[in-house]
Design a protein around this ligand. Structure first.
Ligand code: FEO
Length: 353
């Protein structure tokens, strides 16, 4: 960013891409400020190299960011200046305003607002893992789809912090959103409105079923439950974990009301793929309201207890699991119908449509 008097770079790149960054900066004779919005190395890792090339440059960061840059990258403290929340930096005819936005997803992250051009540089927040040939892309749905995956995988546990920051952003005139990942958004409505929906308390009339099956019993149960839920007007997103894309599973969890975990019993517990998916759901803390477990066993085990303890972060009401010895019988399918009934009834009672 070139102002009338000073030049600033907002964030750098991962160390593996240092040469690319330095070649992009080849025509830039002077850099006064490196704005380090976030100390994780995909943004900060090349700062030492930029500082080495531009001897006059100083790093501008938050007080906590300063600590991290010294600890993680061994940057000399005398080359770092800190800015408080709301502080501004003049580049001549351009003004940068710094808005501290902690916990999206580290404690030190901040956002930079370029007043004159109404650009909000949001770092990780509102980002996406989407590479494009141009700075902005015309297919806004594609950008929002990629942003949903990014939100699901990185930001979902920080929904409450994001809500607070979005509320603050709404008081600024923003014409362009420039995250440090993915394309720049010059039509901001799609990216803002999508995030407002994802961070809201609203959930969709959807059941997510991540499952594994070894000999087909659990899969038959999942098939039956899927059919039963659809017949009752509930949408289903099922993921056979043997070949599922876990990013898509995370996306499905962004707004689903219910999760039903399906697993065979391996030794005394759940299938390892199921434990892994349950661990992921627990870490991402989606806004699920209800959970249950279905599955099969040969001679015994404590699979239900194990899954329940693995998802203990989730603030869900557990609905009676359906466990079957061996291949499911007629009475087991009736129990699955009962589970579908209970889920549909709870969704209706909570106005989840
Ligand atoms: Fe938190 Fe893009 O790094």
């Amino acid at each position: 960013m070139k102002g009338g008097e000073k030049t600033a770079v907002i964030d750098t790149v991962d160390p593996s891409k240092t040469e690319v960054l330095l070649s992009q900066l080849a025509g830039v004779e002077r850099i006064d400020y490196i704005i380090s919005q976030h100390s994780e190395q995909d943004h900060s890792g090349s700062i030492p190299h930029v500082l080495e090339r531009y001897r006059e440059a100083v790093v501008v960061t938050s007080p906590k960011g300063r600590e991290y840059l010294i600890d993680l990258l061994h940057i000399a403290g005398e080359r770092i200046v800190t800015v408080a929340d709301g502080e501004t930096l003049l580049l001549g005819d351009k003004t940068l305003e710094f808005l501290h936005t902690p916990w999206v997803h580290w404690p030190e992250t901040f956002t930079t607002y370029l007043r004159e051009d109404k650009v909000l540089f949001t770092c990780d927040l509102l980002g996406s893992h989407l590479a494009s040939s141009t700075l902005t892309i015309d297919e806004h749905w594609k950008a929002c789809e990629a942003a949903k995956r990014y939100y699901a995988e990185v930001m979902m546990p920080f929904r409450t912090s994001i809500r607070k920051h979005m509320e603050r952003f709404s008081r600024y005139a923003v014409e362009v959103i420039a995250p440090s990942h993915g394309p720049v958004h010059d039509h901001v409505d799609c990216i803002i409105e999508s995030h407002m929906e994802w961070i809201s308390d609203r959930v969709a009339n959807t059941v997510v079923i991540p499952y594994a099956s070894m000999h087909g019993s659990t899969e038959r149960m999942v098939d039956h439950l899927t059919e039963g839920l659809i017949q009752r007007g509930v949408k289903v997103e099922r993921f056979n974990l043997a070949h599922a894309d876990t990013g898509k599973l995370a996306m499905a969890l962004v707004d689903a009301a219910t999760i039903v975990v399906g697993s065979p019993t391996v030794l005394t517990g759940a299938h390892p793929l199921v434990i892994s998916a349950a661990f992921l759901a627990n870490a991402l803390r989606p806004k699920l309201k209800f959970a249950s477990v279905i599955g099969s066993y040969g001679w015994g085990g404590k699979m239900v207890e194990q899954i329940a303890s693995t998802i203990s972060n989730l603030k869900v009401e557990m609905i009676e699991p359906v466990m079957v010895k061996g291949r499911p019988r007629e009475e087991d399918f009736k129990k699955l119908d009962g589970l579908a009934d209970q889920i549909a009834r709870r969704h209706r009672a909570n106005n989840i449509a």
